[in-house]
Design a protein around this ligand. Sequence first.
Ligand SMILES: [Zn+2]
Length: 356
Amino acid sequence: MTHSYELKTGRSAASTEEYPGGASRIWTDIDLDAEGKTFGYFRLPHSTHEHGAYWIPIPVAVVKNGVGPRVLLTAGNHGDEYEGQVMLMKLLRRLRAEDVQGQIIILPAVNAPAAYAGRRVSPLDGGNLNRLFPGNPDGSPTSKIAHFVESVLLPKVDHVFEFHSGGASDDFLPSAHVYYCSDRAKFERSLHFLNIFGMPMSVVNKGLLGNDQKMYGACVRAGVTHMSTELGGAGRVSVEALRLAEQGLARILFDIGVVRKPLTDVPAPPLSQLYTRLPTRKYVYAAASGVFEPYVELGDRVSAGQPAGAIHFPDTPWREPEVAVFGDSGIVFSIRSIAQTVLGDSLFMLAVPWEE
Ligand SMILES: [Zn+2]
């Protein structure tokens, strides 16, 4: 049996009938509103030479038990960020209906084609899901996923927690992130989530570019609370970041009231230091292409004017390297983790203590 969902986007009745997902081309044969634990796939139609009437599986688990908070958990928005994917795969296997009051929807690989390929962006269309909201039901495959998340899933939930890491190209200090909001009550709620999640470093994002194209922007439009993370990176799974995030998620699900008791024995949240990431224009970027030698490590304190790293030239090794310099003082919050670098690559991001 297929199920249709109310959608905001208009399409003629005939074509809506033809596509049971409403305006979305993505459909499913599971009932998202069923009580108990349900799992299966959202089905992204993708017709190719070898696979004429094919759909790409986007795995989903829904755990519902009566009335209560409704939470969406996602990872694999960028397919090369693994801590969140591992955490949510573990969670969806162990979570039982009797643990829940309300509803938890879990998508460990929201941009499934990218996650299956272990790539930041989709191999189907080069699509970066977190730059494609609100999406387009008739756009590229990645844009179709963005549209489905925004128009079908977000209206069904109250809270979104999405789990990012640095990905193949960057390594981050493990941290939880919210966006600054001038609405005091909403911002206090965001800060509360940061404290309960309890990563050693919590980050308030302000002044980043393209927020409206991200899951965050979709959540703002849907009136849904949002928190995300950066849990390491460099294309690997960080033991420490995963452990901290699993504890944080157990605390936050209990704090929201969508689980009856904490899923694991977790300590009280450690005191979290509040920082802000210096905005996009203040990242340290490569001014040449070559091999990147960083001079500092994650977590180091650096000063404006301090040399940050060098770009060496394998084809002209007698040439002096191009030295990048920190333009600001702060804590090294991300480092490029692939040595091969081209002009325009971000080498470092800095964080500074948050002041409103
Ligand atoms: Zn990401």
